[in-house]
Unconditional design. Structure first.
Length: 297
């Protein structure tokens, strides 16, 4: 149908063949098959001219409409790779959504207001394809080989508590091999999925080897915001990402349980299911989140 429309517009098979970079015999074959399938004659052709039949004229109008829609679709697809616009669904853990992902996307939307973000905070690893997720920001690599993933940064966790909670204990915690025994009197706040026992490997700038810390949680939360609220209220110690801890420490809400101690840095990955060309909107969001992760506010 597209070839037929081109023949009509250009006035001859030769001119259409030149425009379409096809041979005249291929063009003729297209027309022959089209007329056979329709069971009607579309063009009356002589060696010098061609004219549309009555049926051909009606058919040509529909072919023009089809070509116009195809052109609009083509241009729209190309435009989407030039101008950031449209909907994008992004999921991330609670720990990253409020402090990293949402601010990064918010700044991006302020520059490109045609972007329509849908942000989903979820600590579980939801199926990207099943839930229509365009971009997943995850802590640690994905085990699925069907997804594309890129490391976009890292962060450290800090063992901390409210200043009031830490101050009630007369013994100061030291970075030593007996740390687990020293912390037996402390309550520990954990996420519900961490289980009955939590193992952390703490590092300290003054030591070359980490210390293994085994904790028995006595307070549980289903998300980082809930755990943070418990810790700040004095319910116990817990592990909080450094970029959140720093803000809350400056506000006087948190203090390090062991000054200078930290966990092994955790890598953050941008994960998606686009196997070929990654859409412009997804690329821009990844870059914005990566930038925010490297310099959190």
């Amino acid at each position: 149908m597209s070839v037929f429309a081109k023949v009509v517009e250009r006035g001859s098979i030769s001119a259409a063949a030149e425009d379409l970079s096809l041979s005249k015999s291929v063009i003729s074959q297209h027309l022959k098959v089209l007329e056979q399938e329709l069971g009607i004659t579309l063009l009356n052709r002589t060696t010098r001219r061609q004219t549309l039949t009555a049926a051909g004229a009606v058919f040509y109008e529909k072919c023009q409409q089809m070509n116009q829609l195809a052109q609009e679709a083509w241009e729209g697809a190309r435009e989407s790779q030039l101008t950031p616009a449209g909907s994008i669904t992004i999921t991330a853990p609670h720990a990253l959504m409020g402090s990293i992902v949402a601010p990064a996307i918010g700044e991006l939307v302020s520059v490109y207001p045609a972007i329509i973000p849908h942000l989903v905070a979820d600590d579980g690893r939801v199926d990207i394809i099943e839930h229509g997720i365009d971009l997943a920001i995850r802590v640690g690599e994905s085990a699925s080989s069907s997804y594309r993933q890129r490391r976009i940064g890292q962060f450290r966790d800090v063992l901390c508590g409210s200043p009031q909670y830490i101050a009630q204990f007369t013994d100061t915690l030291d970075f030593c091999d007996d740390l687990s025994e020293m912390m037996a009197d402390y309550n520990y706040v954990a996420n519900v999925w961490q289980g009955k026992y939590v193992v952390h490997h703490l590092h300290h700038p003054s030591q070359t080897e980490p210390v293994t810390l085994m904790m028995h949680p006595t307070r549980f939360a289903d998300s980082l915001p809930t755990a943070l609220a418990l810790i700040e209220a004095g319910a116990g110690l817990g592990i909080i990402p450094e970029f959140i801890y720093t803000q809350r420490q400056l506000a006087g809400c948190l203090a390090e349980a062991i000054p200078g101690a930290y966990l092994v840095p955790t890598s953050v990955y941008a994960t998606h299911a686009f196997n070929s060309t990654v859409p412009l909107l997804v690329r821009l969001c990844i870059d914005a989140i990566e930038s925010r992760l490297s310099t959190p506010a």
